[in-house]
Design a protein. Structure first.
Lengths: 499, 325
């Protein structure tokens, strides 16, 4: 028996005439950690769906254990030992961890009555197999995303798969949670199970995988042992271009204007003592810290969503009372939230409406909306942010991650923002778009004199784009590092001390 | 320690506190005849609430059950009167089946046509009431024509006490039926897969489908059971008040939904328990009843019920929001 578990040979797939996959071949060996890299829209999810039997290929062959499979539907795929963990996990928040784990098993056994003792025993075993500590009696929704993910993995392992496909598993995780996940993935591999890790985060792929396949526009463009790749080469394969890596350079203004934003003695929940912070015009300042360190709380306090923590905030040297979102916007603070899908966008609404959401006062005359002006402003923003869309009326929900994020950022161009606070600016955005968003942010900082505060888990992102990086721990700003290549190591060392 | 965070514990504590307060204002509250009366008033609303509980957990809502209850009750009693039937068991089976069939109609629209449950049940409820009054009759059947065995059955007591002044009061045996049904629903929800599928459906419809539940069966079960329990309760109600009024139960949906939500069920689905519902029903009935003994005008009862709905929903919504974070 060969050691290849599943092989795709020259797979082609079209959707409504558009070619999604164009002769892709891919082989996964038993017990291999295999990374499938590609930007959003490159065909990664189509490959997952073909392997799990959701779609049938238009041409090409699927070979499992050396035997060509005529037709792979979801049930045969599971029977061949292929399990997929999708990004949304498909779990029940209102049920306990134990029940989430055991439901599928009970249904397969066609039980009518619930044997709670068996449910708990089964769940216990599934969790122990991962070697993690999760309270199986807890309601699932009380767990953090990383916990839910571990439950999803544990559940997938219960049917004794031979290949576990994980779709963008690290998107919502902090660095430390990613490490736990990798530990679990290696544990799974030790049990002889192959893992297909679908991602667009280069450092993670390099860290975890043994074999790498890169696809772009539905074609395989590179493959090989992971050791033969580095970040630059993967990026080049994924985007088809070199992405320049110039660190951000900021020159202080010669005149002595007051700083754009000055914070004195701001106390954050759970933090002992106040925080001082100064952002000058044109600065891009990073804010690093573990989840729960208070970084989001700082952002929310600045945006008027968590007022009343004491301290003083000055904008352009003028004291500001930021006790509501309206006041914060009026004083020139702009916020791009962590989860743009639920907090930042009206998904079903058009691009135009989303862009104008915070600036309707600019396009109203008296009580009446000036439609022509509204449209013109929206069009201007779309052009300025280089949002790829055929029409202003397209619902934002249909845009890719990168374009959707540009809508959120572009919205603030219309409010005369002075301080832009970004929480995870490029989470779920592919490499190419990411670079363009970064370029745009630098451009905004320099030409408009915006002060940018960038909160991120992505340390390379901070090192690359910030002129300095602040560290937060337990509600306090505890350190500062100058930006640039060297800062990444320094920040990650400091973070490690706190964890 | 988990028990202190459970909704049931909180409701039980609130209930106890309310009882102590009401007892302080009016010591007559603690007299046995008042307590027996309270329990008696729990039975019909409580049985209906068990059905509504299942619908709410599944993520739906039902406002048609009072209409179904009236239809089942009135049709059955008209049939008994017309045939001169003297039994008890068969009429209850008939009323239950009428409710079940009507509930299944709700399920058809909810499952196949994908109309939102509030609209479906508003519509079916209005139609059933209209058909009943227009085609079957609008006249009330009073004690003189009511089937005697039904009244005798509903009068049976567990405990009967003779007061010094010759008045009699007792604890209705119907509470046993209520308890048995509550236990049955509890066992279904907690210990059968169809019961767990109700929670799963209310938690995440798509995930429930993916894990392999037959959601059609779940939907029919839930709405069918709500109808069946309402039909059963409707007939029981007429036996307990000795008359059959085809216009009865108007506005009762609000009271029952209020009681269920007060009992900790989430209006968004996925959460709720029989024990909590029993407490919620008791609380609601007690508030209504206490307004009467405190000699407050009955119109204020509606204000109280409305306020309970809003407060209970707001509290559970706040709880659910907190959990999601």
């Amino acid at each position: 028996m060969s050691d290849i578990l599943i092989e795709l040979r020259n797979i082609e797939k079209r959707f409504a005439g558009v070619r999604a996959l164009d002769g892709v071949s891919l082989a996964i060996r038993r017990g291999q950690i295999h990374c499938l890299a590609g930007e959003n829209g490159s065909g990664k999810s189509t490959i997952i769906k073909i392997m799990s039997g959701v779609y049938g290929p238009d041409a090409g062959e699927i070979v499992v254990d050396g035997v060509p499979v005529a037709r792979l539907d979801p049930i045969t795929a599971i029977r061949h030992g292929i399990e997929v963990i999708y990004q949304d996990f498909s779990l029940f928040g209102n049920l306990t961890v134990a029940e989430n784990l055991a439901l599928g098993h009970e249904l397969r056994e066609k039980r009518r009555l619930v044997d709670w003792r068996a449910v708990h025993a089964l769940a216990r075993r599934a969790i122990d197999r991962l070697g993690v500590d999760i309270d199986i009696e807890a309601d699932l929704e009380t767990l953090p995303t990383s916990g839910k993910q571990l439950v999803a993995i544990a559940r997938a392992l219960m049917s004794d798969p031979r290949l576990l496909i994980m779709d963008e598993p690290t998107t919502a995780l902090t660095r430390r949670e990613v490490e736990t996940l990798f530990h679990v993935v290696r544990e799974i591999q030790r049990q002889g199970i192959a893992v297909l890790f679908v991602s667009h985060k280069m450092r993670e792929m390099l860290e975890i995988s043994e074999w790498l396949t890169v696809i772009r526009n539905g074609c395989k463009v590179a493959e090989g042992e992971t050791g033969g790749f580095d970040e630059a080469s993967i990026t080049r394969h994924m985007t088809g271009q070199d992405i320049a890596g110039e660190p951000y350079c900021w020159r202080p203004a010669t005149d002595d204007r007051p700083p754009r934003l000055e914070v004195r003695g701001l106390v954050l929940p759970g933090g002992a003592g106040g925080n001082d912070l100064r952002l000058e015009a044109g600065e891009i300042v990073g804010l690093a810290g573990l989840l729960g360190s208070g970084r989001t709380e700082l952002a929310l306090a600045l945006f008027g969503m968590a007022p009343g923590h004491g301290g003083q905030v000055l904008i352009d040297g003028v004291p500001a009372r930021l006790s509501s979102v309206q006041e914060a916007i009026a004083r020139g603070i702009a916020y791009v939230p962590e989860d743009r899908l639920t907090e930042g966008l009206f998904l079903a609404q058009s691009i135009e409406r989303n862009i104008l959401a915070a600036a309707y006062d600019r396009v109203t005359r008296g009580l009446v909306l000036d439609r022509t002006r509204a449209r013109a402003l929206a069009a201007e923003t779309v052009a300025a942010m280089q949002i790829a869309t055929p029409s202003l009326d397209k619902p934002v929900g249909q845009l890719s991650g990168g374009n959707a994020q540009r809508v959120v950022i572009g919205r603030w161009l219309l409010t005369d923002a002075k301080v832009l606070v970004l929480n995870g600016p490029t989470v779920g955005v592919d490499v190419g778009s990411k670079a363009e968003i970064h370029r745009k942010l630098r451009d905004l900082a320099q030409t408009r004199g915006l002060a940018v505060l960038m909160i991120s888990d992505d340390l390379p992102e901070l090192a690359q784009n910030c002129n300095r990086i602040l560290l937060m721990h337990r509600g306090r700003l505890v350190g500062e590092v100058a930006g640039g290549k060297a800062s990444e190591e320094a920040v990650s060392d400091m973070l490690r001390q706190f964890s | 320690m988990r028990i202190f965070y459970r909704s049931e514990t909180v409701i039980a504590a609130v209930l106890l506190l309310a009882m102590i307060l009401i007892g302080l204002v009016n010591p007559a509250f603690w007299q046995l005849d008042n307590l027996f009366g309270l329990v008696r008033s729990n039975v019909v609303i409580g049985i209906m609430a068990l059905g509504v509980l299942m619908v709410l957990i599944s993520g739906g809502i039902d406002v048609s059950f009072p209409a179904f209850a009236v239809a089942a009750m009135y049709l059955t009693i008209r049939a008994m009167v017309a045939l001169g039937y003297e039994g008890v068991l068969l009429p209850f089976v008939m009323a239950t089946l009428i409710g079940l069939a009507l509930g299944a109609v709700n399920a058809v629209f909810v499952h196949y046509v994908r109309v939102i449950p509030l609209i479906v049940t508003l519509g079916t409820g209005a139609m059933v009431r209209g058909f009943l009054l227009g085609m079957v009759g609008a006249s009330q059947i009073n004690i003189d024509r009511m089937p005697k065995p039904l009244i005798t059955f509903a009068r049976s007591e567990l405990v009967g006490i003779q007061n010094g002044d010759g008045t009699h009061y007792g604890l209705t045996a119907m509470v046993v039926l209520y308890g048995a049904l509550a236990l049955a629903v509890h066992l279904v929800l907690r210990h059968t897969l169809v019961g767990r599928s109700i929670y799963a459906l209310g938690g995440d419809r798509e995930a429930a489908r993916r894990v392999g539940f037959d959601l059609r069966w779940t939907t029919f079960f839930v709405y069918g059971a709500a109808g069946a329990l309402a039909g059963f309760a409707g007939l029981l109600h007429s036996g307990m008040i000795w008359l059959a009024n085809p216009r009865d139960f108007a506005g009762l949906e609000l009271d029952v939904i209020a009681a269920v939500v007060l009992g900790g069920a989430s209006i968004f689905g996925g959460r709720g328990s029989v024990l909590g519902t029993l407490f919620g029903v008791f609380m609601l009935v007690m508030v209504n009843n206490s307004l009467i003994i405190m000699k407050i005008d009955t119109t204020w009862q509606r204000v109280a019920v409305g306020a309970i709905v809003i407060i209970a929903t707001a509290t559970t919504a706040w709880r659910d929001r907190k959990r999601r974070i």
